[in-house]
Design a protein around this ligand. Sequence first.
Ligand SMILES: Nc1ncnc2c1ncn2[C@@H]1O[C@H](COP(=O)(O)OP(=O)(O)O)[C@@H](O)[C@H]1O
Ligand SMILES: [Mg+2]
Length: 355
Amino acid sequence: MVSKTIMCPNCKNQITIEGSPGERKIITCPKCNTRGGFSFPGEGAISKVVSGSSAIEIHGLTKTYNGLKAVDNLSFNVRKGEIFGFLGPNGAGKTTAIKALLGLIHADTGVMKIDGHNMRDESIEAKKKLGYLPERANFYKNLTPVQTLDFFCELKGENKSVILPLLKEVGLEDAINKKVGNFSKGMVQLLGVAQTMIGKPSIYILDEPMGGLDARWVKSIREKIKMLNKQGATVILSSHILSEVQNLCDRVAIINKGKLIAEDTVSNLNKYLNIKPRLEITVKGLDGKVPSIINELKGVEAANAKGNTLLITCESPIRVKVISALEDAGFVIENIITIEPSLEDAFVKLVEGDT
Ligand SMILES: Nc1ncnc2c1ncn2[C@@H]1O[C@H](COP(=O)(O)OP(=O)(O)O)[C@@H](O)[C@H]1O
Ligand SMILES: [Mg+2]
């Protein structure tokens, strides 16, 4: 059991709550009845704070635009060596938080550290270890990728011999003589990734690196992120499309309306949100009706029929019973698929619980 004192965002009343690592609690303030959610960090998150091996630490970050809290008392840590997903719907505050972390905009409050360096007074040290890909990477249209990286090498004081190997590494070797203005969006993003790699950073901050790209380019960017991580780098990437990052990230933080609503591993999120796998069964002649034997079967939590497809939510051991019950009742099963819970499901549940 972990005990935590939190402050009601409405009336500032202090509330002490108890829970297990990884547990999410919905709390009603006893003073003003404001309802909200709090997620206890998972086991790993707690040991991480103790070990102090964070690549990025954000404590109490708030940024207000014209009275609107774009980021509201945000705190989370990114461990060294992990791929960390920073997730939330459009307008949740991801870009604002990243820019405030990097000191590109002024935060109202908050302590931000990169590799242990406080961004308030040691930002030059911190930035030496950093590769940053802004949300909409923009390059001079009249330059070739070589000329573009030449410019960034000068800015970063790096040897220009890295340019061609870098372009090759991101898969742009066939485009070295093309003007960037003629690049596809995916190629521009890959050039952006190459730009971040100048100086061999140990920490990458990529703001929506797959934003607006088609599947082929998403795959390329994912592979590059995996490669950087394999070489030892910590990667934090933001996204509003959860399926893009689901199998890529070690852990995720989810924000909504500027507030952190969860920070955990993908599998823990699914576990404490109690999202179960679904069974999709194609039954000959079902015709949109859920058979009564399924509705009566103990352990079936939800059953829906669409055409000849039966969608069942139940724990794993019940699946066999569902199939036997259908067969015993004379139904002909044509296909069975298990749909594992997705981060998308977790995300929808979390964001809905937060409103
Ligand atoms: N420069 C700005 N001036 C005023 N409001 C802003 C500015 N930048 C962002 N916002 C607002 O802050 C909120 C968070 O935006 P943003 O950080 O871009 O979200 P995300 O990156 O998650 O899509 C939004 O409501 C957005 O309209
Ligand atoms: Mg953004």
